[in-house]
Design a protein around this ligand. Structure first.
Ligand code: AP5
Length: 214
C-alpha cells in the first residue's frame, strides 16, 4: 500500500499518517521530520533547509527530493509507505511518479485532510511535540497524561520554532500557493479522497480507514 497525505499545515496529516502506518505496518515518511532531524544534526541539508523552514517557505525541490529518494529506497518503504508532507509541489509530484513508475509501484491513494485557516492557527499554537521521539500532542484536544512530558518515551515536550502565529499564517499561504495545485493533479488521476479534518481525531481516522479500504 502506497499512500500520500496532503493538506494544510496543522490539518492532522502527521497524526493520521502515523496511526495508519502503525496499523498497517507501513513506513511513515515525513519530510518535515527528516528536515528537522537534519537541522538538529547541523548537516549540509539542515543548514540549507533551516532558513526556509523558519520563515514558513518550502525548502527547494532538489534538496527535498534528495532527502526523500534516500528513504524511499529503504527496505521497509519498499513494502509500502505513508508519505506525510511530500509531495508539496507539482515538480515533486512529477518526480515521485517517475521514481515509482520505474519500480512499477505507483501511489494507490491520496488523502486530502482539509482544515480551515483559523482552526489550523488555533491547533498549531497549542501543539506540543516530543523532542525525543517526535510524538505530537495538543494541550486541549490530545493532551499528554503528564503535562510537559511525552506519554510514550518521557521526553520533553516543546513548541516547534515554526508554530508561531506569524509563521503559521505564512505556511498556510505557502500551502495555498504551491500545494493546492496538487489537488487537481491527483483528482485527474482519479486517486484523490477528500476528508474533513475538523472532526475528532477518531472520526478522521475512521474516514482514512474507509478511504484506504479498511
Ligand atoms: P511539516 O513538518 O510537514 O509541517 P506541516 O505540513 O506544516 O504540517 P504540520 O506538521 O504542522 O501539521 P500536520 O498536518 O502534520 O498536523 P498534526 O498531525 O501535527 O513541514 C515543516 C516545514 O518543512 C515546511 O514548512 C517546509 O519548510 C519544510 N518541508 C517539509 N516538507 C517539505 C516538502 N515536501 N517540500 C518543501 N519543504 C518541505 O496536528 C496538528 C495539531 O493538531 C497537533 O497538536 C495535533 O495533536 C492536533 N490535532 C490533530 N488532529 C486533530 C483533530 N482531528 N482535532 C483536533 N486537534 C487535532
Amino acid at each position: 500500500m502506497r499512500i500520500v497525505f496532503l493538506g494544510p499545515p496543522g490539518a492532522g496529516k502527521g497524526t493520521q499518517a502515523k496511526t495508519l502506518a502503525r496499523k498497517r505496518n507501513l513506513a511513515h515518511l515525513s519530510t518535515g521530520d527528516m528536515l528537522r532531524a537534519a537541522v538538529a544534526g547541523k548537516t549540509v541539508v539542515g543548514l540549507v533547509a533551516q532558513g526556509y523552514m523558519e520563515r514558513g517557505a518550502l525548502v527547494p525541490d532538489d534538496v527535498v527530493l534528495g532527502v526523500i529518494e534516500e528513504h524511499l529506497a529503504d527496505g521497509k518503504a519498499a513494502k509500502g509507505f505513508v508519505l506525510d508532507g511530500f509531495p508539496r509541489t507539482i515538480a515533486q509530484a512529477t518526480r515521485l511518479d517517475e521514481m515509482l513508475a520505474s519500480r512499477g509501484a505507483p501511489i494507490d491513494r491520496v488523502l486530502l485532510i482539509d482544515c480551515p485557516k483559523e482552526e489550523v492557527v488555533r491547533r498549531l499554537s497549542e501543539r506540543r511535540s516530543c523532542r525525543k521521539c517526535g510524538a505530537v500532542y495538543h494541550i486541549e484536544a490530545m493532551p499528554s497524561k503528564k503535562e510537559g512530558f511525552c506519554d510514550r518515551c518521557g521526553g520533553d515536550l516543546y513548541i516547534r520554532d515554526d508554530d508561531r502565529e506569524d509563521v503559521i499564517r505564512r505556511r498556510f499561504e505557502t500551502y495555498e500557493r504551491s500545494t493546492i495545485p496538487l489537488v487537481e493533479y491527483y483528482e485527474k488521476k482519479g486517486i484523490l479522497t477528500k476528508i474533513d479534518g475538523t472532526s475528532s481525531p477518531e472520526t478522521v481516522a475512521a474516514a482514512v480507514e474507509k478511504a484506504v479500504g479498511g
